[in-house]
Design a protein around this ligand. Structure first.
Ligand SMILES: [Zn+2]
Length: 269
C-alpha cells in the first residue's frame, strides 16, 4: 500500500475538535504515515505544540502567516526564536506575502517574511512559503536577501516565471487540492514543468477540499487521493509517486530518522 506524507495541515483547527481522533485514524488507514502541522501565528503555536506532543506522527512548523503580520514584533520574533531552540520544529512557516484579501500593510508583511527567512537560515531550517497575489513581490524579496534557506512553496499557484524560479533554486513545490480542480488546468500545465523530484503533497486541511470530495471540510486522508490523481501529470505510476514524494518530504523536513512508521525501502542511499 502506498504511503504518503501530508506536508501542510491544520489539525489543531477547531474544525477537528469534535472528531480529531477519527480523522487521524482515517488518515492512517489511507496510508498517511506522517503529517506536518502548521503553527501559523502565536496562538496556533500553542495548539500545534500541544497536538504534536500527543501524536508522535505529527511533526510541526512554526511561523507567522502574512495575514497575521500585524502580530509581528521584536517580542514575537524572540518568542519564535526561543521555540526554534527549544522544540523539534521542522520548518519556519507558513510565512510569505498575501495581498489577496486586504490584510496587514505591505511593509509589515515584508518585514515579517524577511526576518523569518533569516531566522530559518540561521537555524538551518527550511521555510514554508505562502504567496497569494504577491508573486512579483515575493520574488523580489527572495532576490534581495543575501542568502535563502531551502524553500517549500506551499499550495503552489504561480506562473511559469515562479515555476522557473522554483526549478532554478531547487525549491520544493506543494501540490494539493487546488491542482485537482477542474478549473485548474492552467495550474497543472505550470506544475508539469517542475521535476517530479521537487514535488511534495499537502492537503491544507481543513481548507482546499480536492475535487470530488464531499462536504466542506478537507482532511489529511485526502493526501492519498491527491497523490493518486496527480501522479500521471509527471507520467509516473502511483506507487512510484508515493515513494518519490514521501522521500522528498521526509528529507526536506528531516523526518526519516524521526519517523519509525515510514518504511522507505531502498531509499537510504
Ligand atoms: Zn496553511
Amino acid at each position: 500500500m502506498p504511503v504518503w506524507i501530508d506536508t501542510h495541515v491544520h489539525l489543531d483547527d477547531p474544525a477537528f475538535d469534535a472528531d480529531r481522533g477519527t480523522v487521524l485514524a482515517a488518515a492512517g488507514a489511507a496510508g498517511v504515515k506522517w503529517m506536518v502541522n502548521v503553527g501559523y501565528r502565536p496562538i496556533a503555536w500553542k495548539t500545534t505544540l500541544a497536538l504534536a506532543e500527543r501524536h508522535p506522527d505529527i511533526a510541526f512548523t512554526l511561523g507567522l502567516h502574512p495575514g497575521h503580520a500585524d502580530e509581528f514584533s521584536a517580542a514575537t520574533l524572540d518568542a519564535l526564536s526561543g521555540l526554534v531552540e527549544s522544540t523539534p520544529v521542522v520548518a519556519i512557516g507558513e510565512i510569505g506575502l498575501d495581498f489577496s484579501r486586504g490584510g496587514p500593510p505591505r511593509a509589515l508583511q515584508e518585514d515579517a517574511v524577511r526576518q523569518q527567512l533569516r531566522l530559518a537560515l540561521a537555524a538551518g531550517l527550511p521555510a514554508v512559503i505562502h504567496q497569494r497575489q504577491a508573486e512579483v513581490e515575493i520574488l523580489t524579496v527572495f532576490a534581495s536577501e543575501p542568502a535563502l534557506p531551502p524553500l517549500i512553496l506551499h499550495s503552489f499557484d504561480g506562473s511559469a516565471r515562479y515555476a522557473d524560479f522554483a526549478i532554478e533554486h531547487g525549491c520544493l513545490v506543494g501540490v494539493g487540492g487546488l491542482a485537482t480542480r477542474q478549473g485548474s488546468s492552467a495550474l497543472r500545465e505550470v506544475l508539469a514543468r517542475i521535476p517530479a523530484g521537487q514535488v511534495v503533497l499537502e492537503t491544507d486541511a481543513p481548507f482546499l477540499v480536492p475535487a470530488g470530495v464531499r462536504g466542506g471540510r478537507n482532511t489529511p486522508a485526502s493526501v492519498a487521493l491527491i497523490g493518486q490523481r496527480m501522479a500521471n501529470l509527471w507520467t509516473v505510476d502511483v506507487p512510484e509517486f508515493s515513494a518519490m514524494t514521501t522521500k522528498t518530504a521526509a528529507d526536506a523536513f528531516g523526518l526519516v530518522d524521526a519517523c519509525p512508521l515510514i518504511d522507505l525501502g531502498g531509499s537510504s542511499g
